[in-house]
Design a protein around this ligand. Structure first.
Ligand SMILES: [Zn+2]
Length: 382
């Protein structure tokens, strides 16, 4: 290291597994023994590391082994969907310790929704140190400011700067991102990291949105609107009026809402997407045909995204993932027809493996990637 290693740098070495003993750290950093001891003591006092005596012995007293202490604090997370929200407490590895799934209509607006979220965290917390807060919202987010921008839908959230609202009750770093971005990050890091770095996550629930991980990092675009594919029109959608005012947006013909509407129009008694999923599992031909057609429309848009981004995997998630078979058939049909041969040569189209947990994980990583950097740790220790 060119500069003198700090406590934050030492934590990084311990977290990554490169440095497991004081001697390792001395060798890796070039710090003197007293300097290493001082930084390790700081991290121990802070609860960010623990030590135990089960290190490999080289004769004599076994060296104390240093470990990152994932239980040394918590991250408060909330993954808000249009109608359902997961609220959780995660440890410093991003694993959920406790979680609540609530039916919350985001259209109630930020005051009501964020109050409910914070009240829920209050009930989950038991005096732990809070390292930060991570929130995913179903809106376009100007990431640096944590400002939601979503003029056409969720009108009550337009221009709302979320971090100060949260920080008034929890004075810790607060990060806000688009819901599908955090899901894409969660799925990438927990399922595909080390294997591939380019992933397109398409969430099909009440609405349709996408999150792009390119070269291992989430692609947000100039205004945070990258991945907002819901209002791209499809061809031959039949002239369906979308809630945005245009016709035949993929959202208006292929979302969970659209699938329910189309089945009801055929006289089917379906109250929820769970009903539709049950019909798909039972092999109901009419339902399979409706879902497959939705998949084709979705595939049209995904094909363009595949040409543009060349992902290694397209992951389909959201409520409609429970209808994966007919949906993915439709998507595949269009993607292989419309995307270039090169882009599809090794392309995989898979179902989300984390499900609703991806949002929780992604929100936690959103925070941990920032509050556990050497600079952030050193700032918090002072
Ligand atoms: Zn639209």
């Amino acid at each position: 290291m060119s500069r003198l290693a700090t406590a934050g740098d030492v934590l990084q070495l311990i977290r990554s597994g490169e440095g497991a003993t004081r001697a390792d750290i001395g060798r890796l950093t070039g710090l003197s023994r007293p300097a290493v001891a001082h930084r390790v003591a700081e991290l121990l006092r802070r609860g960010l590391i623990v030590e135990d005596a089960d290190g490999p012995s080289t004769g004599g007293r076994p060296p104390m082994r240093l470990r990152f202490n994932a239980s040394g604090g918590v991250v408060l997370v909330a993954s808000l969907g249009a109608s359902r929200t997961q609220i959780a407490l995660c440890d410093l590895d991003g694993q959920a310790i406790d979680r609540r799934d609530l039916e919350i209509d985001v259209e109630q607006g930020p005051d009501a929704v964020l109050s409910t979220v914070m009240d829920t965290w209050d009930t989950l917390l038991a005096g732990q140190w809070v390292a930060g807060v991570g929130i995913g919202v179903p809106a376009t987010v100007e990431f640096a400011a944590g400002r939601t921008e979503s003029a056409r839908v969720m009108a009550g959230w337009t221009g709302v700067v979320i971090p100060p609202i949260i920080a008034a009750r929890y004075p810790v770093p607060v990060f806000v991102d688009n819901d599908v971005n955090v899901i894409a990050v969660g799925e990438h890091r927990r399922v595909y990291a080390g294997e591939l770095d380019d992933l397109l996550f398409v969430k099909v629930s009440t609405r349709i949105g996408a999150g792009v991980v390119s070269g291992g990092v989430v692609l947000r675009g100039a205004l945070g609107a990258a991945g907002e594919i819901g209002h791209i029109p499809v061809r031959d959608g039949g002239g369906v009026l979308c809630r945005c005012g245009n016709t035949d947006c993929v959202d208006s013909v292929a979302s969970g809402t659209a699938i329910l509407r189309d089945l009801r129009a055929k006289g089917r008694d379906v109250r929820s997407l769970a009903d539709v999923a049950a019909l798909v599992r039972a092999g109901d031909a009419e339902t399979m045909a409706v879902v497959r057609q939705a998949g084709r429309w979705l595939g049209e848009i995904v094909a363009s995204a595949v040409n543009l981004l060349n992902p290694a995997v397209v992951v389909l998630g959201g409520d409609v993932a429970d209808m994966f078979q007919p949906l993915v058939s439709g998507v595949r049909e269009e993607v292989y027809r419309r995307s270039t041969q090169l882009a599809t040569r090794t392309l995989r189209i898979e179902r989300s493996r984390l499900g609703a947990g991806a949002g929780i994980t992604g929100c936690a990583l959103l925070v941990l990637d920032r509050v556990l950097t050497p600079d952030a740790v050193d700032g918090a220790l002072i």
